[in-house]
Ligand binder design. Structure first.
Ligand code: CP
Ligand code: NVA
Length: 305
């Protein structure tokens, strides 16, 4: 049995297997071919934070695969009133076949996985958001970019951390530009740099967005104020001045470059309206690919049970 908690537990070949399955399942859906890979199975989805895409894509995807998803908001279940994660994991996994969780501290998903009898999927933690990156990669491939040179501009948050680890394993070039004090997780950077020695990946950190995006073909940003950081909003808006992805920055990227954003986006802050709504932007294809990429992931995990 395997969990999907962070990319560091996965090899390049395994990631490619998941993507291959995702493409196949996406094509089947588009051709109205229904294969109930998860017939009669149940996915428990625990949300301790808000969500639009993650909820809709996992719920729809699991249903389309013939299974039954259950939405569990921490506002309604006993976990939100302090029931231990350990008991929650044992009980829920005794009645379901897979668990997806969106939570705060990464230690919470690790604890859940430790006591779960079924595969656990990361639907975002404060540390990483790997399910999003699967969809991003599918989108990159679909746009004909075989050798991504990825630049990420903004907060060194869960998205940045997962992109770095993913790129390290895949052997890609990733450049991350953050303001001083907002760098990605240092442990992840060190692990990724070690992995890069063998994979051939190139991982570079900058403070200058201009340096980071030069000649890149995939530009990614994310909100400056992630869920749970609302109290820091005023300070962050000041500290991120100059980190907006705008037309000027995009003009430095390669001709065939695309722009991605996991959404929700805040136009006029991390990205200008002209870029996010412009022709290089693939945000809606990226959002839809959450559905397809995760269906590939779910089937892959189910095959490993
Ligand atoms: N990108 C993403 O995870 O979106 P939601 O917060 O809406 O799930
Ligand atoms: N970094 C953002 C991603 C939202 C999908 C957050 O954690 O809120």
């Amino acid at each position: 049995m395997r969990h999907f908690i962070s990319f560091e537990d996965f090899s390049r070949d395994e990631i490619l297997e998941i993507i291959k399955l995702s493409k196949k399942i996406k094509a089947e859906l588009k051709n109205d071919v229904k294969i109930p890979h998860l017939n009669g199975k149940v996915l428990a989805m625990i949300f301790e934070k808000s969500s639009t895409r993650t909820r809709v894509s996992f719920e729809t995807g699991f249903y389309q695969l013939g299974g039954h998803p259950i939405f569990l908001s921490s506002r309604d279940i006993q976990l939100g009133r302090g029931e231990p994660i350990r008991d929650t994991a044992k009980v829920i996994s005794s009645m379901s076949n897979m668990i997806m969780i969106r939570t705060f501290g990464h230690d919470r998903i690790l604890e859940l996985a430790k006591y779960s009898a079924v595969p656990v999927i990361n639907g975002l933690t404060d540390l990483c958001h790997p399910a999003q990156i699967l969809a991003d990669y599918l989108t990159i491939i679909e746009n004909g970019i075989e050798n991504p040179i990825i630049s990420y501009v903004g907060d060194g948050n869960n998205m940045a951390n997962s992109l770095i680890m993913f790129s390290a394993i895949m052997g890609f070039e990733i450049r991350v530009a953050t303001p001083i004090g907002y760098e990605p997780n240092n442990q992840i950077i060190q692990k990724a740099k070690n992995i890069a020695i063998n994979s051939g990946a190139k991982i570079e950190l900058f403070n200058s967005p201009v340096e980071a995006v030069k000649n890149s073909n995939v530009v990614i940003t994310d909100t400056w104020i992630s869920m749970g950081m609302e109290d820091e909003k005023e300070q962050r808006i000041k500290d991120f001045t100059g980190y907006i992805v705008d037309d000027n920055l995009m003009s430095l990227t390669s001709e065939n470059s695309i722009f991605l954003h996991c959404l929700p986006a805040y136009r006029g802050y991390e990205v200008s309206e002209s870029v996010i709504d412009g022709e290089k932007s693939k945000i809606y294809q990226e959002a839809e690919n959450r559905l397809h990429a995760q269906k590939g992931l779910i089937v892959w995990l189910n095959n490993k049970i």
